[in-house]
Design a binder for this molecule. Structure first.
Ligand code: CO
Length: 132
């Protein structure tokens, strides 16, 4: 569950089954910044079941995921790439990571997708990010 007093703070859980528990995240456009916490509620290590949280426009998810495949030193995300709106580090089972990012670059009502860019995960491990 994601019961939270502050609507600008999000929590998403990830699993050993290569999935996010929450497949839709909602942020009011009134939030100037978003703090997102990613938890890995499984037990498998990052080397075999690593997860991160990457935000892009939906139309750019595929190309960003492919560009990040070999970027193991940069959380499988292409460096200094404007298509990447926000991303966390890669974590393994039992770990969590948190980021805060400004919503300045987001368009109210825009079409956004969050996904895990760990190689092989992005095609099924993803969800909708609603900003409105
Ligand atoms: Co993953």
């Amino acid at each position: 569950t994601t019961a939270s007093v502050d609507p600008c703070q999000l929590m998403v859980e990830s699993t050993d089954q290569m999935s996010f528990v929450q497949t839709e995240l909602r942020v009011p456009a009134s939030c100037r910044d978003v703090t997102l916490t990613l938890k890995h509620i499984g037990t498998m290590p990052a080397a075999s079941m690593g997860h991160n949280w990457v935000l892009t426009e939906t139309s750019k998810m595929r190309s960003v995921a492919i560009a990040g495949m070999n970027e193991s030193e940069n959380a499988y995300v292409p460096k200094d790439d404007a298509r990447v709106l926000a991303h966390t580090t890669v974590i393994g089972g039992g770990e969590s990571t948190s980021i805060t990012f400004p919503t300045r670059g987001l368009e109210k009502g825009g079409d956004y997708t969050f996904f895990c860019s760990f190689p092989g995960h992005w095609n099924i491990m993803k969800g909708t990010f609603v900003f409105q």
